[in-house]
Design a protein around this ligand. Structure first.
Ligand SMILES: [Zn+2]
Length: 204
């Protein structure tokens, strides 16, 4: 739901937040973006078909296919690509720990590719991409990662691994841990993978 100190009189915004949780800090988006989101974007007609699938994911505690089968986590070899994780430092809907775990997962299973993570202070979730200042505070990280990943097809050490298994398994050293905890509706692993697929949607 929209935090109590976030005042919004737009009924579409309230409905959306009631279904998903509030996805952005209102102060980070322009009035025109807020109007477009609420009145003109495809979000005004929200398909509900994905919810039975999301329910299965939440019940399993990790990503599963629409039939409830563990199809993705067991095939990390298919994710041979560089990744960049961006979390908002002002936690909303998901927490920075989700990208922390996803980054570790990829460093462990695809150590030959560049995997980076950024926590951008002041942002929540979708405002990372639609925020009025995203072009200054968020997009430069994406451009920088794309440029570095394009060199050598994303591989950072050829041949051999860049990240050690020991480093990938150090779970307690999140340098951004002061930004938020596990106060999310979904289990961390589910959010990690939802974020991962959001990332794939961005890069593909
Ligand atoms: Zn609103």
């Amino acid at each position: 739901m929209i935090p109590r100190y976030e005042r919004c009189t737009c009924k579409e915004c309230e409905v959306f937040a009631g279904i998903f949780g509030s996805a952005f800090w209102h102060g980070n988006v322009s009035p025109s973006m807020h109007y477009w989101l609420s009145k003109e974007s495809t979000l005004t007609r929200l398909p509900m078909a994905a919810f039975p699938h999301i329910r299965k994911i939440c019940k399993a505690g990790f990503i599963v296919d629409s039939n409830g089968n563990n199809k993705y986590l067991i095939h990390h070899e298919r994710m041979a690509l560089p990744t960049l994780y961006i979390s908002g430092g002002r936690s909303l809907l998901v927490t920075p720990e989700t990208s922390f775990l996803a980054n570790k997962y990829m460093k462990l299973h695809q150590p030959g590719f560049r995997h980076e993570r950024v926590v951008v202070e002041g942002f929540g979730h979708s405002d990372l991409l639609i925020g009025e200042e995203s072009d200054k505070k968020v997009f430069p990280h994406i451009l920088s990662h794309i440029r570095s990943a394009e060199g050598g097809n994303g591989a950072i050490s050829a041949p051999g691994r860049k990240y050690t298994k020991e480093a990938a398994l150090e779970w307690e050293d999140d340098p951004y841990e002061e930004y938020g905890g596990f106060d999310s509706w979904f289990s961390p692993l589910v959010v990690v993978l939802l974020f991962f697929f959001l990332f794939l949607m961005i890069v593909l």
